[in-house]
Design a protein around this ligand. Structure first.
Ligand code: IPD
Ligand code: CA
Ligand code: CA
Length: 263
């Protein structure tokens, strides 16, 4: 299955690259100018699902643009056909394709492909994480002050109740620097690859995280929710790190609520 996922992710990635600057339709999801979908997202998804169904006709599919299907199979493919749509619509070259395979509720394989850099991040449960075939390992940085972090903001950032702007400000004051790339799958893959020491975000979906979270775990990183509890791709939020700075990250995330209590 991982080989199938790799072939399809590369094909979809090539399609995304070819179509930069050639988008025909852009729609605002739920009327939000911050939440876009294009004909390219939809065509990429249709192509990915067609390929998966041809190869594994009984498997379940969960895909961002709604092309999925439920069956009684224990296997579920989880797909983001274009992660980083806002970047894509502006020709900002940070976007990816994410394809994961879940078996009985556990992600067992994941592929994130960045067609701009021709970088393929892969992971299989218990078998490690790789970038273009080279084994990945998270960083050994042990203090937040020397850490490069990334985050993203939800589409409803203006009224989101999860304090994401306050968290951003708090991390800016504590970390070496904070980035906002615009593709959560790449953010997580970069933690796995040791390019980032940590990443956090709220309001994510399973297709943003499934493949790349497995890369982080298989590269020796740690993943939890904001409370430090067990991570799930279905629980909308993630704190991921090289494990060494994880507790410090959780402390910073708790600071907003601590301030509220003391006010
Ligand atoms: C988005 C990207 C972005 C993150 C958003 C996601 P999309 O996915 O991953 O980095 O901040 O929360 O929804 O919509 O471009 O597939
Ligand atoms: Ca996404
Ligand atoms: Ca997407």
């Amino acid at each position: 299955m991982i080989e199938t996922a790799i072939d399809i992710a590369k094909e979809a990635g090539a399609f995304l690259r070819e179509n930069v600057g050639k988008i025909r339709e852009v729609h605002e999801k739920a009327g939000l100018p911050t939440n876009l979908v294009t004909n390219v997202d939809k065509q990429s998804e249709a192509m990915i699902i067609e390929r998966i169904c041809a190869r594994y006709p009984g498997h379940q599919v969960l895909a961002e643009e709604g092309g999925g299907r439920e069956t009684s199979s224990p296997f579920k493919w989880i797909i983001d056909p274009l992660d980083g749509t806002t970047n894509y619509t502006h020709g900002f070259p940070v976007f990816s394709v994410s394809i994961a395979v879940e078996h009985e509720g556990e992600v067992i394989a994941g592929v994130v492909y960045d067609p701009n850099l021709d970088e393929l991040f892969t992971a299989e449960k218990g078998k490690g994480a790789f970038l273009n075939g080279k084994r990945l390992r998270v960083t050994g940085v042990s203090d937040l002050a020397r850490s490069l972090l990334a985050t993203g903001f939800p589409y409803n950032v203006r009224e989101n109740p999860d304090h994401c702007i306050e968290h951003f400000i708090d991390f800016l004051k504590e970390a070496q620097a904070v980035r906002r790339l615009g593709s959560a799958a790449l953010d997580l893959a970069y933690v796995a690859a040791g390019r980032l020491d940590g990443f956090w975000e709220v309001n994510l979906n399973p297709w943003d995280m499934a493949a790349a979270a497995l890369c982080v775990a298989e590269a020796g990183g740690r993943l939890t929710d904001f409370a430090g509890e067990q991570f799930s791709i279905y629980r909308r939020q993630v704190v991921s790190s090289n494990a060494l700075i994880h507790e410090e990250m959780l402390c910073v995330l708790r600071r907003v609520t601590d301030r509220e209590v003391s006010d």
